[in-house]
Design a protein around this ligand. Sequence first.
Ligand code: SF4
Length: 362
Amino acid sequence: MHPNTRVLILDTDLKEDLHWHCGMVEGELQRLTEWVRSNGYSRVLLQYPPGLRDAASAISLALKGIGVEVISSGSSCWGGCDVASREALTAGCEAIVHVGHAKFIDVKDVPVFYYEARYDNYGPLSELLPKLREHLTGKSRVSLGMTVQWLDFLERFVNDLKLMGLEVLTGAPGGHLVHRGQVLGCDYATMLPLDSVVDAHLVVGSVFHGLGLALIARKEVYAADPHTQRITPLSEAARRTLMRRYAQIERFKAAKRVGVVVSLKPGQRYLGLARWLRERLGARGYDAEVVVVDEVRSEELEGRYEALVNTACPRLSIEDQERFRIPLLLPGEVLVAIGELSWEELLRRGLASTYPQSWVMG
Ligand code: SF4
């Protein structure tokens, strides 16, 4: 679900694991063909991450079977934030089938079917339970979040954890999350509000999905990955990430020419925030300009600027900073760099919370 190669790797793992671990829920395909048929669409754009190519092939076949022309998007498909509406309109498609993610925002210009590609095999979750028992010894109450693919098993997993003697809390949808207990790499609205009442958080997904929460939660976060069968406590990784972010803030202070990056992806497009940050930077003597991109790539940006501000996917700064030779600061980090916010206050508000434009802009 994310704008970096790390996720391509995860997706590849996902695909391999799917062959022997998991099937996809049949009913989803039926709901899709029903949706297309009942709306009378004759040409749709199919958008999917590389790791879900097999699911996409099945979808394509099913749609062709009911006489629908399918055009594939060859662009990125990092998350529900990344809906290819411009491509669909250019290719004359009446609708988009977006595979692998839940709805993230309202896309107004083209109807979108979010084919979440949920798993139908509980096995990988059940295999995690004995290891979880070890890791969670001494904890009595935990919050639980899952990536969308596992959510059909939320209740069953909660019950199994209860059998281990744990009290398990799941949060209601909120932020960009549309399902109870759902998590994204950039949104933990189902879990963070429970931070003060639980002993630990359990994120079923990759380390990638848990780290964002570990950066903002006070309680330990465990990433339980059904594909690798690894359970990873994340407080140490979070501590190291914060140290690296602080170092980037310090480097940023020495820059003069700054690019404030705005993504064209519908769910990452924060032009107002970028313009506001440009003004703040200008007032502090930086030579800042807003730069609009489709993908945030180091090759295109590094030669032009001495530092970058990232108003697109927050995970780019967290996971992919090393791909950039220059600092790629999040909006809140910029305020620290220019002395308008303390580092401690930034941590209190949440370094990588989803699009902190509301509190950044005041
Ligand atoms: S903005 Fe959120 S949903 Fe979109 S790619 Fe980044 S982490 Fe994933």
